[in-house]
Design a binder for this molecule. Structure first.
Ligand code: 6GU
Length: 243
């Protein structure tokens, strides 16, 4: 997968060199290219965040030129047109379902706005020419899209085949499979500071363990996220529609 990011803070994305996604990049599973929006500014102050003092093209031009350049390079696979994602608290909410959808894309372009956001005509221009989604991380406000895009790239990137070593570990997670929260996990030792691992987990009875985990998932979901349960008002148990 090819991922382009346009931002005025490229340093945020140094985190993508770490851990599993960093390894995926080294192994060629993920090609991330981060560009500085200021490189597309016209004035010597490299203004991109507002109308330049004394008048000028404002921030529309740098966005247009940056996106045109990325689009002109084309996707490596060349098959499907790239999808442009603009992070914004005014967008549709990012969910595990959306992560799965976006993980199928050969080429994603993220345009990170700051402050008052991006001029509406930029969204309109690229929606007319291709595919655009405006996506929010959740119902709270960040100073800009960078941290949101980091979260999205991690959620999407780990679903690319080969990025996470054991694909089984992707299934039994919160928001996957049955749309419930994940059951509590325990490791070794069997007793720590007087706290025991639940005995069923040491029983070797796989059916009993599966039943216990299911009950724990249900109980936890009921308590913390009742909106995820099947039959909850406003959804039909579709975790992703509300997660
Ligand atoms: Cl995607 N951007 C910003 N600036 N704030 C947010 C967000 C995105 N998602 C939640 N809050």
């Amino acid at each position: 997968m090819k991922i382009d990011v346009i931002t005025i803070f490229p340093a945020y994305f140094e985190a993508l060199e770490l851990s599993l996604l960093g390894k995926a990049r080294d192994r060629g599973l993920l090609d991330v290219c981060v560009r500085d929006l200021r490189d597309f500014a016209h004035d010597r102050h490299r203004t991109v965040d507002d109308t330049p003092a004394g008048g000028g093209a404002g921030m529309v031009e740098p966005w247009g030129e940056a996106l045109d350049e990325v689009l002109a390079e084309g996707a490596p696979e060349g098959s499907r047109a790239p999808l442009i994602v603009f992070p914004s608290p005014a967008g549709e909410v990012f969910t595990q379902r959306m992560a799965r959808e976006l993980a199928e894309e050969p080429h994603l372009i993220f345009g990170c706005g700051r402050y008052e956001g991006i001029d509406q005509r930029v969204f309109d221009e690229y929606a007319d020419r291709g595919r655009v989604r405006i996506v929010s991380l959740g119902d709270y406000v960040l100073n800009g899209g960078e941290v949101a895009v980091l979260a999205m790239v991690e959620a999407i990137g780990r679903l690319i085949p080969g990025v996470v070593g054991n694909p089984e570990s992707l299934v039994e997670e919160s928001h996957e499979e049955d749309g419930l929260l994940e059951y509590p996990s325990y490791t070794k030792p069997a007793t720590w500071r007087g706290r025991d691992v639940p005995s069923v987990l040491l029983s070797g009875n796989h059916a009993a363990i599966a039943a216990w985990r299911r009950e724990q998932s249900l109980e936890r979901t009921r308590r913390i996220r009742p909106d995820l349960l099947p039959g909850d008002e406003g959804d039909a148990g579709d975790a992703e529609s509300v997660a």
